[in-house]
Write a protein that binds this ligand. Structure first.
Ligand SMILES: C[S@@+](CC[C@H](N)C(=O)[O-])C[C@H]1O[C@@H](n2cnc3c(N)ncnc32)[C@H](O)[C@@H]1O
Length: 445
């Protein structure tokens, strides 16, 4: 059986080693380790393998706390010490900047991290009832598989939600349409926890009784969704608090529905918003664009500074929600929203927003390539880019720096998804021709 020394981690937290010029991705192996491995997938230029025997363990290796680790696809880094996880993500960010864009940020920001468990306030759990025995499985998908990893507990979910998993198994098993419930969405708000059931068939009256009793005894609210996201309706209890999350530093409360996008980790989201606002440094009288604004996570804190904010977002429902949130927080006069497909941004569509002094960009994994390409000579002098994919961030950064005249002033990671290999990061760009005077006003060199 082959052995190898692990050089680094790939973007899925697999150890990388090489054998006769071929790259081998070894699941479960950590940098610096010497392992014996077996390959289970062979391609012309690489192989995927798993560890058979640890010949020399990394000092950063720890015992995973969750019994499902290794099977469940929800986590890939529980075997790595928490601070080493953060350091590994920082290296991934730097290596993407260098290898994809030949960029080195002028400053590396100290990583932002928080609790390593109980952080995941949003989750999509799959449900499967086995064909032969009729066992109910609830959980994330298994690693690299469409099969459901049956979870009896989850370290990443808040402990009261993790404690619901066993009673949920029992509840689903009793429902007449157990085989017609493919998913359960979990959304934990400030004052209520919601379980949204995706339904492929109507509930019977007896099912409804069971759901109401479950909601009463566990203090949660059920939503039901029979078609697309807009069909989601609150089922029980009909009264009681709505889902919301607060940003106390800015005296903001965002309301949302369980089908709408919010950051999964509210503790780190607070820190992320604070850091983004510190870097953006919005001032009264400025016009600031918040691109991919969602329900206004950054828009409303920016508006609190007295700046005028233009939020742009692809989802009409989220823009509707964002407008309601602006009104509920008393900043509607400073905020305007528009719906646009930013993957198709052009210089003309960007110019139609009018001049903006600064811009915040927070795209999905695909990044914002056409948006940054569309930025013209009169573009914002400062850009804060929040990213959930270091590869697309690096690609877009290369355009900003080599074609649009920006400097990459700084970048750093936010460990928004501990125990997983997801790398969330933030980067600051400023126009090269911009100097900041002592009064803080930009002027051209
Ligand atoms: C990472 S989320 C950020 C949302 C928001 N800034 C926040 O912090 O909650 C990305 C957002 O981009 C939106 N989006 C996805 N594709 C888009 C597109 N092609 N054009 C505009 N917005 C899009 C999504 O609906 C989502 O709200």
């Amino acid at each position: 059986m082959p052995t190898g020394i692990i050089e680094s981690l790939d973007h899925d937290a697999r150890g990388i080693t090489r054998l006769e010029g071929k790259t081998i991705f070894v699941e479960g192996a950590l940098p610096g380790e010497q392992v014996e491995y077996t390959c289970f997938q062979t391609r012309p230029s690489y192989e995927i393998a798993r560890v058979v025997r640890l010949l020399k363990a990394s000092p950063d290796r720890v015992q995973p706390k969750c019994p499902h680790f290794g099977v469940c696809g929800g986590c890939s880094m529980q075997h790595l010490d928490p601070s080493a996880q953060v350091a590994a993500k920082q290296r991934v960010l730097e290596s993407n900047f260098w290898h994809l864009a030949r960029l080195i940020p002028e400053q590396l920001y100290a990583p932002i991290y928080g609790a390593f468990s109980g952080y995941r306030f949003r989750a999509r759990l799959s449900v499967h009832v086995t064909a032969n025995k009729g066992d109910v499985l609830i959980g994330f998908h298994q690693r690299q598989s469409a099969q459901v990893a049956d979870m009896q507990q989850c370290l990443n979910l808040p402990s009261p939600v993790s404690a619901l998993l066993t009673p949920l198994h029992r509840l689903i098993a009793k429902l007449s349409i157990a085989r017609k419930i493919p998913q359960i969405e979990v959304a934990v708000g400030e004052y209520v926890t919601v379980l949204l059931l995706r339904l492929l068939a109507p509930l019977s009256q007896a099912d409804e009784v069971l759901l109401r009793a479950f909601a009463d005894s566990h203090g949660i609210a059920f939503y039901l969704q029979s078609k697309g996201p807009t069909s989601a309706r609150r089922f029980y209890p009909l009264d009681g608090p709505q889902l919301s999350y607060r940003l106390p530093d800015f005296a903001i409360e965002h309301f949302f529905s369980p089908t709408e996008f919010t950051q999964v980790n509210p503790e780190l989201n607070r820190v992320l918003v604070r850091r983004a606002l510190t870097l953006l440094d919005p001032q009264r009288g400025e016009r600031i664009a918040d691109m991919f604004c969602g329900l206004g996570n950054f828009t409303l804190p920016i508006a609190r500074s007295g700046a005028v904010v233009i939020g742009v977002e692809g989802s009409r429902e989220l823009v509707r929600r964002a407008s309601k949130n602006a009104a509920a927080n008393g900043v509607a006069a400073q905020v305007s929203y528009s719906v646009a497909n930013l993957f198709e941004a052009t210089p003309e569509s960007l110019a139609a927003l009018g001049h903006v002094d600064k811009m915040l960009i927070d795209p999905p994994r695909e990044g914002a390539v056409n948006l940054v390409r569309a930025i013209g000579a009169n573009g914002p002098w400062r850009i804060v880019y929040v990213s959930c994919n270091p590869a697309t961030l690096a690609r877009d950064a290369a355009i900003l720096v080599t074609q649009k005249g920006y400097r990459l002033l700084g970048a750093g990671v936010i460990n928004m998804f501990p125990n997983t290999s997801h790398v969330e990061s933030i980067a600051l760009f400023e126009k090269r021709s911009t100097l900041i005077t002592l009064q803080g006003l930009p002027r051209t060199r």
